[in-house]
Design a protein. Structure first.
Length: 341
């Protein structure tokens, strides 16, 4: 039953105030405990697509209004003092924000058009996504370039150097007798060529470790750990669980690069005595953890600093569907954990 009593007060509300309520740009309406419309202003009627004159005194639930709005009203009835919700649907002409205020059985509802805000949010999201896509694309291009450079340097330069070496070797063996200082010079040249071949291999490996493509991620991670120990003197305890399965090349590369970056960070910042690496291959995902027992740092510094190492690691993993976390604290060591489906 629609109770007249709520109108009693309204009669005392000066007409000018009611007119003012009609003029505001937000919608506002009031429901009695049985969802009868006690008051509704112009804007609310417009947002709910209702006829203002016909709706007063009727039960709102019996009107054909958007189901989400009905649900919202039902939820507001369950007692929370003030709730806010955004509703956007094809059946509505715009995005609406509903706010409910509950007072002694009366439910006051404010309806706002938030289309502009939503549009701005959307644009922001779209441009963020574009940047992320562009970044992923550039990573791929960069990895491709590195891989082909690595191959070229290794094959072309390496082969040519080996060629020189063989020629000199030939001269040494076949054109006897040579003056002893010539022999010595040529031997020296061979030594230098050998050293250069070593350098070429290193450059090529740094650009892209062939082991990654030839023997897979696990082998490459172990190899990189050995390299790390060789240069830093810090031992790495390497453990793995499960069995490695073939994984998308982009993901393998991302995991490997982030791992390299985390080892570089350890070398540069950690001051630790050992590193633990744990790789586990599950049926649905791979998890990699790299932990050091070094000095650690306050993770707050990652929020306002210029170096983008950790940010780049997180972005690289998350942009291709993985998860990345870094845990640290002063005096507590540092641990990175990444998961890739
Ligand atoms: N393993 C670690 N041990 C101690 N501090 C670390 C470690 N990794 C990162 N940090 C701290 O986090 C900061 C940010 O790291 P990063 O973003 O890679 O930048 P950068 O290495 O260029 O300084 C570092 O400057 C360092 O203070
Ligand atoms: Mg770094």
């Amino acid at each position: 039953m629609f109770e007249e009593k709520y109108f009693k007060n309204n009669e005392n509300v000066p007409l000018k105030i009611l007119m003012l309520l009609d003029g505001i740009s937000d919608g506002f309406f009031v429901l009695d405990p049985d969802d009868h419309v006690v008051f509704i202003n112009e804007k609310a009627a417009e947002f709910l697509v209702l006829d203002k004159q016909e709706i007063i005194g009727t039960n709102l639930n019996e009107q054909s209004i958007n189901q989400n709005i009905k649900n919202f009203i039902a939820k507001a009835r369950t007692g929370s003092l003030r709730i806010v919700e955004e509703i956007g649907e094809d059946s509505l002409s715009s995005w609406l924000e509903l706010e409910a205020i509950y007072y002694e059985g009366l439910l006051g509802l404010v309806v706002r058009d938030i289309s502009e805000r939503k549009e701005a949010q959307n644009e922001q999201k779209n441009s963020y996504e574009s940047i992320r896509n562009l970044n992923t694309h550039m990573q791929l291009a960069r990895e491709d370039e590195r891989a082909s450079l690595a191959r070229e340097i290794h094959d072309q330069l390496g082969q040519r150097l080996t060629g020189f070496k063989m020629e000199i070797d030939y001269i040494l063996r076949k054109s006897q007798p040579l003056e002893s200082f010539v022999t010595e010079k040529l031997r020296n040249v061979i030594k230098q060529i050998d050293r250069t071949i070593g350098t070429v291999r290193n450059i090529s490996r740094n650009l892209r470790p062939g082991i990654l493509d030839d023997f897979g991620l696990l082998a490459a991670l172990e190899w990189q750990a050995d390299e790390f120990t060789k240069t830093s003197g810090i031992p790495v305890f390497f453990q793995y669980l499960g069995e490695e399965r073939k994984m998308d090349n982009q993901k393998v590369t991302a995991i490997f690069r982030v791992y390299q970056e985390s080892l570089t960070n350890i070398m540069r910042h950690a001051k630790c005595t050992h590193v633990n690496v744990m790789v586990s291959f599950g049926s649905k995902r791979i998890v990699l953890e790299v932990a050091d027992n070094g000095q650690g740092f306050d993770p707050e510094i990652l929020k306002n600093q210029k170096s983008l190492g950790v940010f780049g690691m997180k972005e690289r993993i998350e942009s291709i569907g993985g998860r990345f976390e870094i845990e640290s604290g002063i005096g507590k060591g540092t641990k990175i954990k990444l998961e890739m489906p």
